[in-house]
Design a protein around this ligand. Structure first.
Ligand code: FAD
Length: 427
């Protein structure tokens, strides 16, 4: 039975962000423990995402985070001998007059930063996906944008982290976080069950540290609570990051917001539609094999862990969709193939990255990698590198993350304040 574990860094959450951070930290020589509440990695927002990756953001730091990550996903096979599932399906934005000036400013910024994005006229855009062009004055297309396989990437990072000695615990919800003056002591609830079939090739293990060659416990059952002492903590708890920070007495403004993805039944003809955003309504769709998947960020959805597909919004989603893509009228909705999950939303729709300011005991040993507001899959690869730099070298340098640091929420006197800039291109 394992009851006490020590580590240089404990990562809370085994989604794509925690996994990328685990790999980079372990690769950099840190003794890493990953704690995951669920029975398997990538079962939080990572497993519920639309899997899109794109460079078309309005804020420079988001463009750069995504572009660096896309390049890593694109080269994944050569770098790590595993597929990331990267498919440059493209992202196409259909822009109405009232958004054109702001969208062009973002596109100019993207070009200045050297990312692949092109302006298309409505007709060129219609060659990529049929749509009713009324009201569309501009279209932009990111040719390196597309999709990845978030499960595969998460498991690949965890497997590589394991090769560098990281230990990954599933069924291990962190329930308390206390700073003892030198390290964080994380209380992990007793597991509800113990897996008794842990193969050497499993990337993660219930109870067992990764790398176990067989069952840890001869009798499957309940394990004792676990205490993890770690010099540093990385909060990669996704939509739960605000709650996890509160365990440590820290205020990290991340709230869950329900988001649904609806799938059509397979269409009769093959298609390859880019992830196409109707900026006027916020509606998007893309090809998923023979199906089309679609959704929109419902601005009226209140924060909270509401469960189940947002069927109230479905009617509006379908209405917006059919107005722009009339051919959808022939596609039946397949509710069983549809799904929902949580965006992890901050006040300015931007992630919170890096070390906490010294607002409370132990805060300087608490690193945030959360608050991606619906674009964490596409930024995780670079975030893993930055978090490792911040932890191991004192400061992230590969990219200037000043705009994403916690300090943006504080005024000159250290009081909490509303932030001034926000990411505009939230899909
Ligand atoms: C419908 C939908 C569509 C999306 N589409 C896209 C997209 O196209 N592109 C994109 O980039 N992003 C998209 N996102 C957002 C993306 O899924 C997230 O930004 C990303 O997965 C965040 O990864 P993460 O590792 O931080 O969080 P998660 O994957 O949620 O991982 C956090 C983990 O922390 C664990 N945890 C929570 N509390 C505790 C605790 N107390 N102890 C231990 N573990 C804990 C959870 O179980 C979870 O596994 C979408 C999200 C949704 C819901």
């Amino acid at each position: 039975m394992i009851s006490d574990v020590t580590a240089d860094v404990a990562i809370i959450g085994a989604g794509i962000v925690g996994a990328a951070a685990a790999f980079r930290l372990a690769e950099g020589g840190a003794k890493v423990v990953v704690l995951e509440a669920a029975a398997a990695p990538a079962t939080g927002s990572t497993g519920k995402s639309a899997a899109g990756v794109r460079v078309q953001f309005s804020e420079a730091v988001n463009i750069e985070l995504s572009w660096a990550s896309i390049r890593e996903y694109r080269a994944f096979q050569e770098l790590y001998g595993a597929s990331s599932g990267y498919d440059p399906l493209g992202y196409l934005f259909l822009v109405p007059e009232e958004h054109a000036a702001a969208h062009r400013a973002s596109t100019d910024l993207q070009r200045r930063l050297g990312v692949p994005v092109a302006e298309l006229g409505p007709e060129d855009a219609q060659a990529l996906v049929p749509f009713a062009a009324e009201g569309v004055v501009l279209a932009t297309f990111g040719s390196a944008d597309g999709i990845i396989d978030p499960h595969a990437v998460t498991l690949a990072y965890l497997t590589m982290a394991k090769r560098h000695g990281a230990r990954v615990f599933v069924d291990s919800p962190v329930r308390s976080a206390v700073w003892d003056g030198a390290s964080w002591r994380l209380g992990v609830a007793a597991a509800a069950r113990v897996s008794s079939a842990l193969g050497a090739t499993d990337p993660v293990a219930s109870v067992a540290p990764v790398g176990a060659t067989g069952p840890i416990s001869a009798t499957a059952g309940v394990r004792a609570a676990l205490t993890v002492s770690a010099g540093m903590v990385v909060n990669a708890a996704g939509a739960w990051a605000g709650e996890v920070a509160a365990l440590a007495g820290l205020r990290v403004p991340v709230v869950p917001v329900l988001r649904s993805v609806y799938a059509t039944a397979p269409l009769p003809e093959p298609h390859r539609y880019p992830l196409t955003v109707d900026v006027a309504s916020g509606y998007y769709l893309r090809s998923e094999g023979r199906r089309v998947i679609m959704g929109r960020s419902n601005p009226e959805q209140p924060p909270g862990f509401f469960q189940g597909g947002d069927m109230q919004d479905l009617e509006r989603v379908v209405t917006f969709g059919m107005a722009r893509f009339p051919w959808l009228a022939d596609a039946g909705l397949d509710r069983r193939a549809s799904w929902w999950g949580y965006y992890e939303v901050t006040p300015d729709d931007q992630p919170v990255l890096g070390r906490m300011p010294p607002l409370a005991p132990g805060a300087s040993a608490w690193l945030n990698a959360c608050g991606f507001s619906g674009h964490g899959v596409q930024q995780a690869a670079m975030v893993g590198r930055l978090i490792a730099e911040e932890a191991l070298r004192g400061k992230a340098t590969a990219l200037d993350i000043t705009p994403l640091r916690y300090e943006r929420f504080l005024d000159e006197s250290g009081e909490y304040r509303a932030t001034r800039r926000r990411e505009l291109n939230i899909v």
